[in-house]
Write a protein that binds this ligand. Structure first.
Ligand SMILES: [Zn+2]
Length: 354
């Protein structure tokens, strides 16, 4: 069932200029979808120029398609650009976003979701100059809570390999035809993920681990241009049957350059994956020193398809100028590699598994 909550946070305009301001159409400047928490997807539709009021915006949801109709708007550049920015953490829930100018000064945005939501809440937010955010139409999409499957927690591969050295898979995100996210001065996510992963490989190997890399050079693991699922499955398939840990290394990106910090992920019901993501998070916070965005459950392909404990880590925001410079620096990359190594050591020394 759809609940609509319309909250207008706009200040009342001075009456004398209200008529002219409201008549001016708002031009859309961006759409950004991200996970606010494990239960809520947030979609922000930014605009500039005119001002929108409660009467201008309506939403409707059926069969997992959220339709947002916005009067007195121009689709602006988002109709010509690729449309919405869907952050990694929201990609498993948002399938696509379409923007259409359905009539003069009338924009329709259709958000295609993997499942019908429990509720969609709508609010209008004013521009925030301190965060350099335009005025926004904000949709909070409440996901349906799924009871975790207690049998999904363990797999035979989560039993440590007692006969020999522990087998660790390191997956440097992106590569080859896929640069991943790109920072303001052109640093690519694929180069940072590879540099940190190779340093981690070095440190872990020195500690006696058997390290399997999904790639060690700037290549696509499956082949250039294949569908995402094929590329990601090729990475999962690099793990030998006795692999105990799979760590996928990424950098975050956001339309707003102020977004910052590190976060780590695990598949929602994976107990060992959560323990691994928590240890990685603690060590990255301690050695990397960035704002800690937390340990989060998400259904990223490499985590839900790996047969061992798996975590995807976002080292920092490559779109943030300060963090882009840190992520590109060899010294900082070594700190992150050391953090990964410490977390792996703690994974095997804690919890009575070994
Ligand atoms: Zn990535």
């Amino acid at each position: 069932m759809l609940r609509k909550i319309l909250t207008c946070l706009c200040m009342l305009l001075v009456l004398t200029c209200a008529a002219t301001v409201s008549a001016k159409p708002a031009e859309l400047t961006g759409i950004n979808a991200f996970d606010l928490d494990n239960e809520t997807l947030r979609i922000e539709i930014s605009y500039r120029g005119g001002k929108l009021f409660d009467d201008n915006v309506s939403i409707d949801e059926s069969s997992g398609i959220v339709r947002v109709d916005m009067e007195n708007t121009l689709p602006g550049r988002i109709s010509r650009a690729s449309g919405a920015q869907i952050q990694d953490d929201a990609k498993n829930f948002v399938e696509k976003v379409l923007v259409n100018e359905t009539a003069a000064r009338h924009t329709r945005i259709q958000i295609f979701l993997a499942d019908s939501p429990d509720a969609v809440n709508l609010s209008l937010e004013p521009a925030d100059s301190s965060e350099k955010k335009d005025a926004r139409v904000v949709l909070d999409v409440k996901k349906v809570y799924v009871e975790p499957d207690p049998n999904a927690n363990f797999s035979p591969y989560e039993i440590p390999n007692r006969s020999g050295r522990h087998v660790i898979v390191i997956d440097p995100g992106h590569g080859g035809s896929d640069a991943g996210a790109i920072g303001p001065t052109g640093v690519t996510e694929k180069s940072v993920s590879l540099a940190v992963s190779l340093k981690a490989q070095q440190l872990l190997t020195a500690k006696g681990y058997n390290v399997v890399m999904t790639r060690t050079t700037d290549v696509d693991v499956a082949a250039p241009g294949v569908p995402d699922g094929v590329e990601l499955q090729a990475r999962v398939d690099k793990a030998p049957p006795n692999a105990e840990i799979f760590i996928s290394v990424h950098c975050n990106a956001f339309s707003n350059g102020n977004a910052n910090g590190m976060e780590t992920f695990h598949a929602p019901t994976a107990v060992q994956g959560k323990r691994l993501a928590t240890l990685l998070n603690e060590e990255l916070e301690r050695l990397g020193g960035l704002n800690n965005r937390g340990v989060k459950g998400a259904r990223f392909y490499v985590m839900t398809h790996s047969k061992c404990a798996a975590s995807l880590i976002e080292l920092g925001f490559i779109t943030n100028p300060r963090e882009e410079q840190l992520l590109a620096s060899s010294d900082y990359q070594y700190k992150l590699a050391q953090a990964i190594t410490n977390a792996v050591n703690r994974y095997f020394s804690q919890g009575g598994l070994d």
